[in-house]
Ligand binder design. Sequence first.
Ligand SMILES: Cc1ncc(C[n+]2csc(CCOP(=O)(O)OP(=O)(O)O)c2C)c(N)n1
Ligand SMILES: [Mg+2]
Length: 466
Amino acid sequence: MKWVRPSGGQQLLASRRAALPLLSERTAALAIVWSQTNLHLRRRCAGSISQRPDAKHVSFPGAVKSAFSNTMGFEQPSTYPALSTYRVVDQHGEVVDPSFVPDLDNDAVVKLYRDMLAVSIMDLVMFDAQRQGRLSFYIVSAGEEAVSVATASALEKEDVVFCQYREQGVFKQRGFTLADFMNQLFANQKDPGKGRNMPVHYGSKELNIHSISSPLATQLPQAAGAAYALKIQRMQDPTNPPRVVAAYFGEGAASEGDFHAALNISATRSCPVVFICRNNGYAISTPTLEQYRGDGIASRGIGYGIDTIRVDGNDFWAVREATKKARELALEDGGKPVLIEAMTYRVSHHSTSDDSFAYRARVEVEDWKRRDNPIARLRKWMETKGFWDENKEKDARDSIRRDVLKAFADAEREKKPPIRAMFEDVYEELTPELRQQMYELKSYIERYPDEYDVGEFESGKDSLDR
Ligand SMILES: Cc1ncc(C[n+]2csc(CCOP(=O)(O)OP(=O)(O)O)c2C)c(N)n1
Ligand SMILES: [Mg+2]
């Protein structure tokens, strides 16, 4: 596993902690914050010192380790080799990293494999359900199940997660049930969001996953901020467990300004956040070739001074191993950001509102489906190990499909939240204006009973009375 680690100065903090053995953990932590601030100040001051005579290195404040050169040369990115992509298991299910030792027993692997299967089966059912008009919108994650399930499997329960919208596997692995998915998708009265969000905008306070927001990349500065808060909480009270933030995003979202702001602030403030990029080749209809000219998203992490790795996103084990290590690195020396770029392929249309064959060839998709797929790859590995076979596969798929359909039917049958819920929870109490609007809505519904069937909402139009 090859990490690109642009920094080296963090060991300094570890040595400072070692130099403070007689202080309580809390005082030591505060002393380190103080000395870190001091260090920043001194570095800044050092920048204003004029060049030492005969120095071989630049000491301008903006580039402290650059050697002088007497030959003029522009860097040409095209002459650098692309960053490598870490792999543990190849497309045939064969282990290619000789140092790899699986850290999970067979049952634990099967459990994660079933999470990947569950997401992919739910996706098929819900995509068709949308086509039948039974829900308004859906997004599938076909081809990307390993990125979400394997990364999530390397996090701790207490870690804080921010997703984009194609990470069903993260929710599933952390304990979101099929009923939880369905209640949100059908916007019924069991949906904690009370049906106010579009389908697939899940969230779970219990599982420490912030609710998904549609505007791209907004989750990234939020994740950096949350990581900064975790760091400060732990400095103030070292009995808090070490926690990281995991922030998921697509390569397309990395074209947003928020991505750059998030990387830079987390690097400069040393925030324990693991940025996880799913590079699936497309931002809706825009292929990566038209999104950037640099070496993917990994090169940007290095540019911001962030430890970075590129992995094969279709390789469950590579993704899991890299995330385990990333979490460890993110907690080193009081915290720092880490970036993982997981290379994969968006097998599906962008969403149910998209027809991807308008901008890519069917054969390209068919090729990927046949040639490489994260579920098939882990299955081959399990079969090679001798604890999975055709019969187990069939049983697993049948039982998951039954569970999905049951959760689907239960959720579809549930009543919708009371219509009144659309006016609530913005202010602690309804304002006179909101009350007025609520009564107007009620009289409108009463005037046109044939146009508005409100029977599927809890308490019908009566919820607008109180
Ligand atoms: C700020 C913003 N701009 C545009 C959009 C419309 N939009 C939704 S998804 C998407 C593509 C994102 O691509 P990527 O980040 O690669 O994620 P993927 O869909 O490939 O998983 C776009 C442009 C949006 N939601 N928010
Ligand atoms: Mg993409």
